[in-house]
Design a protein around this ligand. Structure first.
Ligand code: ADP
Ligand code: MG
Length: 727
């Protein structure tokens, strides 16, 4: 019987009520689940400090001494119990705001206790609020008031590796695990310490039973990894800091390895299962455009990327490529030229955008680029209805329409193509893997897929989230663009901001002002926007001010955007609906209010709305005066850099991958339990290479050495819904 799959309910200390809590709060239902709920930090309890050594800046400390008196202070809500605590080197106060009765009943003056907690300074005196407190072990009781360092850490963490856990005084526990738990759990005693008891109970059961290995021996040997059993024990109860590091490395490697194995296996199967449509010809359409209609020279990067895509499309394999290119790098043109290759080879192309505005803009852009070339481009969005819609659907089936531009309306089941050969998805992060896959089904042989994103994704993240895609990068902007000048200003600088605005407006330029909107439904945010709109209208009476936000009807929104694009309005006050893709080259200032509330990549996207013409453009990041250190750093990064990739890397480091835009929706998102994509890039590379070696050397999954690995992967896929989603 495998203990790991046992219901957590039956573990000593759990029972039905806590089992429900663990399942609801942390999705822990088995003993194995609990073992892979890793501590988020460790507290060094190997050392007892002298009170004289303690100051208010220290993290958690442990002291040993006696309570010499209790004192009740304050009234009502401020009422608290203070215990004056001394160890012969000094005194501190232990303070309780709740559970006062319990404390008075259970702890006595003149007895020795080990006290653990975070020291703070209050009224010039050091105190520990709500400390963990337990009786000092016999052998040190008499020493409690001496000053020597008698309680130094034993070199081993003994609680796991020998003796009975319950009887081991915490004072000797060395590195102690801290587990995140919810408020609900804490109320039921499942605090960090409560969780630690449970994991300790598991290890009591496991004493004589090593946990089964989850990686093949040869991989363990090759990468000098700690065995699984040892790693799991040490991740919860490290025998030393060194052992903890090895355990972390092993578990991170394993986690990333299986993620990569899952992705790469999927890629291999996809290649075996599907052949790609061969686009061998470059014909009239492409050449006609390239030689007669292209209004400017392609940048070197655009040329390179088009070549990479062409090579894919004539390889006989189905293309699945991610095209990354900073805002304004000219991805639309690449999409068009690639679509023309599909047309030259007797196929249709479909270009999908995340919003109506963008889809319409693409339509207009493509038609303008194409001029009088005989290429039929049509639009399909939610607002295309009735006769028009019927005509479009018909044109797709007959093949009269060559390029369809649309929103996610194009994935609907009743949208059928004559011969769909290429799908371009613009602004990838709004679409998931499942949606991508749906588009494949629109043709007998799956079409080539090009996913374009202007949100530069750091390499580590791309390898994990989009590990199934090949990557092309446009790393060059069209010539003649002046880098946008970015400044940080406080609310109080309003006058200077207005001066800049007046100057640009008088030169005939236009201005965006963006307000944050966390959720489109939040009234507060709209109020900010309305107030901003009023204020700007008053301050710039001779100019026309427009307003767009997500609560407006799509048609009204479009109209307002159109008015700005046509230069009928001069200032556009808006929420982030203008974030992606919108192209008004005459706009030269982007003002972002409450800039601290945006992610860096989002700020970069917004900033990319200006600087599209040849004139100097500006981005003004407005914050209040009091901002935290991290915010200041983030804003500074924006001021210093216009490189989207650099910004994305910083964003990943500062915020962690979970918050990065797109990770939730990517469809391949999953919770990493221990690895951190921002910090563990090197381990990720190793893990990906190792996984690739397995796939390459054992494509039929026949090598008995790898049995363990396929079996474990199957289990992971069962327990992680997102993994299954990319079968
Ligand atoms: P993005 O990559 O952000 O989607 P766009 O495709 O909207 O960028 O291109 C931004 C602007 O640059 C458009 O006005 C486009 O016509 C122009 N552009 C694209 N390629 C070139 C080029 N090679 N030379 C000059 N301008 C270009
Ligand atoms: Mg674009």
């Amino acid at each position: 019987m495998n203990i790991l799959t046992q219901d957590i309910k039956y573990l000593q200390g759990v029972g039905p009520q806590r089992a429900t809590l663990l399942a609801n709060e942390l999705q822990i239902t088995t003993v194995g689940d609990l073992l892979s709920y890793y501590p988020y930090k460790y507290i060094d309890r190997s050392r007892i400090y002298k009170i004289s050594e303690i100051d208010g800046n220290m993290p958690y400390v442990q002291v040993c001494g006696q309570i010499f008196s209790f004192e009740s202070i304050g009234e009502g809500r401020a009422k608290r119990l203070v215990a004056h605590f001394a160890d012969g080197t000094g005194t501190i106060d232990l303070v309780w705001f709740q559970g006062i009765k319990y404390v008075l009943k259970n702890y006595d003056c003149r007895k020795s206790y080990v006290v653990f907690g975070k020291p703070t300074v209050f009224n010039g005196k050091i105190q520990i609020a709500h400390p963990e407190i337990e009786k000092a072990p016999e052998n040190i009781k008499t020493l409690a008031s001496t000053t020597g360092n008698l309680f130094d850490a034993p070199s081993q963490n003994p609680n796991l590796h020998e003796s009975e856990l319950d009887e081991q005084p915490t004072v000797f526990k060395g590195l102690c695990p801290s587990y995140n738990t919810s408020e609900k759990m804490k109320k039921s005693g499942l605090t960090s310490a409560g969780m630690a008891k449970l994991t300790a109970n598991i290890f009591k059961l496991l004493k004589q039973h090593p946990l089964p290995e989850t990686l093949p021996q040869y991989i363990i040997a090759q990468h000098h990894l700690m065995p699984y059993d040892e790693a799991i024990r040490n991740i919860h109860y490290p025998s030393s800091p060194e052992a903890l590091r090895h355990a972390q490395l092993r578990l991170k490697f394993e986690e990333l390895f299986y993620v990569q194995l899952n992705i790469l296996r999927y890629v291999k199967n996809r290649q075996l299962r599907y052949h790609g449509i061969m686009f061998g010809n470059i014909g009239e359409t492409f050449n006609g455009f390239f030689y007669n209609h292209l209004p400017f020279q392609l940048t070197e990067a655009q040329k390179r990327v088009i070549k990479e895509i062409r090579t894919d499309m004539k390889s006989g394999r189905q293309m699945n490529r991610l095209l990354q290119g900073d805002v304004g790098s000219g991805k639309t043109l690449v999409a068009l030229m690639v679509a023309l290759i599909a047309i030259d080879n007797g196929h249709q192309a479909c270009i999908m955008a995340p919003t109506e505005i963008l889809a319409e803009q693409h339509l207009a852009t493509l038609r303008q680029f194409l001029g009088d070339l005989p290429v039929q481009v049509e639009l399909l969005t939610g607002t295309v209805k009735g006769k028009k819609r019927t005509a479009v659907l018909e044109g797709l089936v007959t093949g009269d329409i060559h390029i369809l531009v649309g929103t996610h309306a194009v994935i609907e089941d009743n949208v059928l193509f004559h011969k769909l050969g290429l799908v371009v998805i613009d602004e990838q992060h709004r679409f998931g893997v499942a949606q991508r896959a749906k588009l494949w089904m629109k043709n007998a042989v799956p079409p080539h897929v090009l996913v374009m994103t202007a949100t530069p994704i750091p390499r580590t993240l791309a390898m994990t989230l989009y590990g199934d895609l090949d990557v092309s990068v446009i790393d060059e902007l069209p010539p003649g663009r002046k880098p946008i000048r970015t400044v940080h200003m406080f609310d109080a600088h309003r006058q200077r901001i207005y001066e800049l605005m007046h100057r640009e407006l008088s030169l005939g330029r236009q201005i965006y002002i963006v307000y944050p909107l966390i959720k489109e439904t939040e009234k507060m945010d709209l109020k900010d926007l309305e107030a901003g709109f009023e204020e700007i209208s008053r301050a710039f009476p001779t100019y026309k001010v427009g307003k767009v936000h997500g609560k407006m009807k799509a048609a009204d929104k479009d109209q307002e955007m159109q008015r700005f694009a046509n230069h009928e309005t001069h200032i556009l006050v808006s929420t982030t609906v203008i974030e992606v893709g919108v192209n008004v080259p005459n706009a030269s200032i982007m003002i972002i209010e409450n800039a601290e509330r945006f992610g860096l990549s989002q700020l970069h996207q917004l900033r990319g709305r200006v600087g599209r013409g040849a004139d100097q453009s500006y981005c003004v990041l407005v914050t209040k005066y009091e901002i935290g250190e991290t915010t200041r750093k983030r804003i500074q990064i924006m001021v210093d850099s216009t490189d989207g990739f650099e910004i994305a890397e910083h964003d990943l480091k500062l915020r962690g991958p979970g918050d990065l835009e797109g990770t939730q929706q990517s469809g391949m998102a999953f919770d990493l339990k221990i690895a951190n994509l921002a910090r563990d890039g090197q381990i990720l590379t190793l893990a990906r290479d190792a996984a690739k070696a397995v796939i390459d050397s054992d494509p039929d999954e026949r090598n008995p050495q790898n049995d363990i690995l396929w079996r474990h992967l199957r289990e992971l896929r069962k327990s992680n819904i997102n993994w299954g989603a990319i079968s």
